[in-house]
Design a protein around this ligand. Structure first.
Ligand code: BGC
Ligand code: BGC
Length: 628
């Protein structure tokens, strides 16, 4: 009898041992085994998680509050840099990487050791990072009509982001901007959904091309790629009068035909995450829209990645913002949001969400769906196997090959709208032996102006000390023949222009940098002194006007005085791309990705509209041949 007891005890002991350490030896955890099928790993990990650990995975907090203790104690799943939020001014790749490393160590020291996923806005290159390559903003990429170029840019940006140890970006913005008065119009590739759809090829650039077996499911090829985020779902570009974060008034069929199409491509191209828009659709906040987030995106389109809120997007469900955070969390999470960009009030978020689960307002099945999706992305991107920055990628940031690619993108994004006055022969390309030329205007020698918003800071900066790059003036100087004389004057007097003996003048004017609501603008005029510089210069010498702007501006009053007119959008750090085309090393090929209106009272006015009467139609763009 005693013997039987001892055997039974031994058996029980063995069973306990096996169930705690797993069958394949001590310390084995199924979810940590990359050879296990994805769903097995997800199920195994989820089954081990407490509610606190699950809610932690759903929490994304800002870098500035993400101490190792907070990450550990609240099991935080993700950290972000808001616009301009950096570990130190002009931080090096090593400083970025060691910041991520410290946070990652904290996450890995928790009992389950689930890695954090660090995210950042890389909307035209790794914009927050000193000396990164800054590419043209999306409006310019749309003008290239070159999806293969977008894809190459995506791969380059992924490498620059990985150089700083970051595996996740809040890009691309696939907004279909229908009104240039919107401050985010430059983040949109085009007013035409087809052009936006085409440019979603930037996603396989960011993430790597998904093999056929992974298409339509979240996919990141490895540590030289990043998880992407299509934003802002859905209808962000359709708000009334282009007012940021406002109401998009359109019927369901209109929504499906204009604003939804890029999401079909994003999902098919295996985008890992999708960010919800601050905007409302017919009066209902997108952050509370169960039909569009859960029924449509998750159930109908079969999106398998995770849905992330925008920055304080839940807070903004109520008015005034944050007035009922409990209700906001309930509506947002029940609508289907999986990860919440909190970003600061994480105690409020965690406390409220915990009580909403305890009192059964939010079912555990909803929490499990959210966490499954987040874990699916973390597993598929290899974060468990490679949670730390790879120091061998340090040299990728701002490297020459990427700058050459950005310069190519600048060349292809330029749209030539006028070339010679009526009845005269074309002015462009200019000869490199151009004699004495004048370069004028607030944007000719200003790196910050040519980069626009989301560069070093959220709103962008003016001047030449923000980061490394080449201004348009520097590009011109290094392109012309040694015999040429380039005179620069930001705001020349009529006398100076008149008596200068210039053969040509290049006037570079436009908008100052801005982002989001600060960019909303109802008059869309060229800011002063742009118009007077155009007037002064162009009435005295043959002139080329290069406009630096995030959208078409009112130019009808000046267009007859101008000899040649180039829309250069927000080209980024590689200003030499402008001179490459002005002086004929390459031809102009860009086509308008937007309608160029005559006056703002025509707005909104998009290609195909019954009242279509543009100054330059959608798709317009003169071409030139290289002269050398
Ligand atoms: C942050 C940005 C964010 C914005 C939202 C700013 O303070 O830096 O990242 O997009 O707030 O309102
Ligand atoms: C913007 C998003 C951005 C987020 C984080 C928000 O204000 O709307 O586009 O990804 O901030 O910076």
């Amino acid at each position: 009898m005693g013997h039987v007891w001892r055997c039974a005890h031994l058996l029980l002991y063995c069973c306990l041992l096996l169930s705690t350490v797993g069958v394949q030896g001590s310390g084995y955890l199924k979810y940590k085994d990359p050879k296990q099928p994805l769903n097995t790993r997800i199920d195994d990990l989820l089954s081990r998680m407490s509610l606190a650990e699950k809610i932690g995975q759903m929490s994304q907090i800002e870098r500035s509050v993400a101490t190792p203790d907070v990450i550990k104690n609240d099991y935080i799943g993700s950290v972000l840099s808001g616009g301009g939020s950096v570990p130190a001014p002009q931080a090096t790749v090593q400083e970025w990487a060691s910041m991520v490393t410290e946070m990652q160590k904290a996450a890995l020291s928790t009992p389950l050791g689930i890695p954090i996923m660090y995210g950042i806005d890389a909307v035209h290159g790794h914009g927050n990072v000193y000396k990164a390559t800054i590419f043209p903003h999306n409006i310019g990429l749309g003008a290239t009509r070159d999806p293969e170029l977008a894809k190459r840019i995506g791969s380059a940006v992924a490498l620059e982001v990985r150089a700083t140890g970051i595996p996740y970006i809040f890009a691309p913005c696939v907004a279909v901007c229908r009104d240039p008065r919107w401050g985010r119009c430059y983040e949109s590739f085009s007013e035409d959904p087809k052009v936006v759809q085409m440019m979603t090829q930037i996603i396989p650039g960011f993430q790597g091309e998904a093999p056929p077996s992974s298409r339509g499911r979240p996919y990141v090829a490895g540590t030289r790629n990043v998880a992407a985020c299509a934003k802002h779902y859905v209808g962000d570009g359709g708000t009334n009068k282009g007012i940021n974060e406002n109401n998009t008034i359109i019927d369901f069929s209109g929504l499906l035909h204009i604003h939804m199409p890029p999401y079909y491509n994003a999902v098919i191209n295996s985008v890992s995450t999708i960010m919800v828009s601050y905007t409302s659709w017919n009066g209902v906040k997108m952050h509370a829209n169960h039909f569009l987030v859960t029924d449509f995106l998750k159930n109908k389109l079969k999106f398998r990645g995770f849905v992330i809120s925008d920055w304080q997007g839940l807070d903004r469900i109520t008015s005034p913002e944050g007035s009922d955070y409990h209700l906001s969390i309930k509506l947002g999470v029940l609508a289907g949001i999986d990860m919440v960009m909190i970003p600061f009030n994480y105690t409020g978020f965690i406390g409220n969400l915990t009580s909403l689960v305890h009192d059964n307002t939010i079912p555990m099945s909803r929490i499990d769906d959210a966490v499954r999706r987040i874990l699916r992305v973390k597993f598929t991107m290899g974060l468990f196997e490679n949670p730390f920055p790879d120091p061998s990628l340090a040299g990728e940031l701002g490297k020459q090959e990427h700058r050459d690619l950005a310069r190519e993108a600048v060349r292809k994004s330029l749209v030539l709208l006028k070339n010679g006055k009526y009845g005269e022969k074309p002015l462009l390309p200019l000869p490199k032996k151009c004699g004495k030329i004048l370069v004028a205007g607030s944007h000719a020698d200003n790196l910050g102006n040519q980069c626009g918003g989301w560069t070093i800071t959220w709103q962008g900066l003016q001047g030449n000390n923000l980061t490394a790059g080449t201004t348009i003036l520097e590009g011109i100087k290094s392109t012309v023949d040694g015999s040429a004389q380039v005179v620069y004057s930001e705001e020349p007097s009529p006398d100076f222009v008149h008596k200068g003996g210039f053969n040509y003048a290049i006037v570079v004017v436009g908008e100052p940098p801005y982002a989001e609501t600060q960019g909303d603008n109802l008059n869309l005029t060229i800011p002063a002194p742009g118009p007077s510089v155009i007037e002064t210069v162009c009435s005295n010498v043959k002139c080329i006007v290069v406009l630096i702007s995030g959208r078409p501006l009112v130019v009808e009053p000046y267009i007859n005085k101008i000899d040649a007119f180039v829309a250069a959008w927000l080209p980024g750090t590689e200003g030499k791309g402008v001179a490459d085309v002005l002086f004929g090393d390459y031809g102009f090929t860009g086509k308008l990705s937007r309608t160029w209106f005559k006056s703002v009272d025509q707005l909104p006015m998009n290609v195909g509209d019954p009242h279509y009467d543009p100054l330059f139609p959608f798709g317009f763009g003169l071409e030139t041949h290289p002269s050398n």
